[in-house]
Write a protein that binds this ligand. Sequence first.
Ligand SMILES: Cc1ncc(COP(=O)(O)O)c(C=O)c1O
Length: 369
Amino acid sequence: MSSSPQKEIVPANIEQLKPYVAGKTIAEVVEAYQPNEISKLASNENRLGHSASVDEAVNKALKVIHDYPDPLSKQLRSAIAERIGVKQENLIVGSGSESLLGILCKTFFHNKQNIITADVTFIGMYVQAQIRGVKIKKIPLTKDFRFDVKAMVNAIDEHTRMLYIANPNNPTGTYIANKEFEWLMENVPKDVLVIMDEAYYEFAHDVEDYPDVLSYNFENVIILRTFSKGYGLAGFRVGYGIAQKNLIDYMLKTKLAFEPGGLGQAAALAAFQDADFLEQSRHTVQIGKEELYNFFDEHNVKYVPSISNFVMMVFETEDEAVFFTQKMLEEGVILRRINAFGLASCVRVTIGIPKEMEHFKRAFKKVFS
Ligand SMILES: Cc1ncc(COP(=O)(O)O)c(C=O)c1O
């Protein structure tokens, strides 16, 4: 062995990377606590499942799984383009919004350029930026847990390449309204890209002052949406981006050639065409959320009103949040602590189907009895 100083195996940004830690799986909870019943309300998935038409489409797609899939997801892009009123050239399909965030980070950044976002938002954004060595400027949320749009604009410097806003935000469920979006766009330089991550769009777009970002047609805006939430296809990993053709062309250059896989493309197309299932999902979330707010009000629990399929509970202390999450887990209710997102005294609850929400309420009462 040579005695020369050993080179670092990986660069510092990878060495220091804290990988994404997912919520507990059902199997892990069963093994640890053997509860009578399990309700997985930790990862903002669609608790109703997915459209029945997906099964048939996937079975058909299985027959050609030995062939590479269409690298441009043309059928799916065509269906999306027609529905939302853009051209196919304005769309990119990737393996979930998470992959699209990675594509953004590897496509648009020169050395030393930065991205501005909130200090409490989707962790996948931080992870993808750090993997690519992109500096992140994290701006504190407002006191009412919202993106501070003015402070974000004030933080723009000559190295800023991108602003990232999850609308609604995860884990808070809060959103920037159309007036804020308009102000933002008037004040952001045209060479700064504005990423509007609309992962929960299907649950949010009916809200009166939720911005219809697409309708403004801004040249420097990239919208991200996913099939993981409203459409119930988190396991298939399909998401899409909407932007001007020149931006999409650059992103297509860096995306993995064959993402998403053929089964995912087929599943997403079938799900996209099932309006009834989507409506049922939206309805389930709306009713479940209203009932949960009532329950929280009755039990003096602080929470943040949400336009998404989850609600954030706010405890006084981190110890209370730890205690509550652990006791609920022992009762078979899997929740998500928000410490990794930077809010140690908060806990996120995904809105489940009625049976799961009843389980949540029963377990809550037992824990606090
Ligand atoms: C705001 C936000 N963006 C993106 C994602 C990732 O979505 P996908 O499953 O499409 O990668 C999530 C998932 O929780 C999210 O909350």
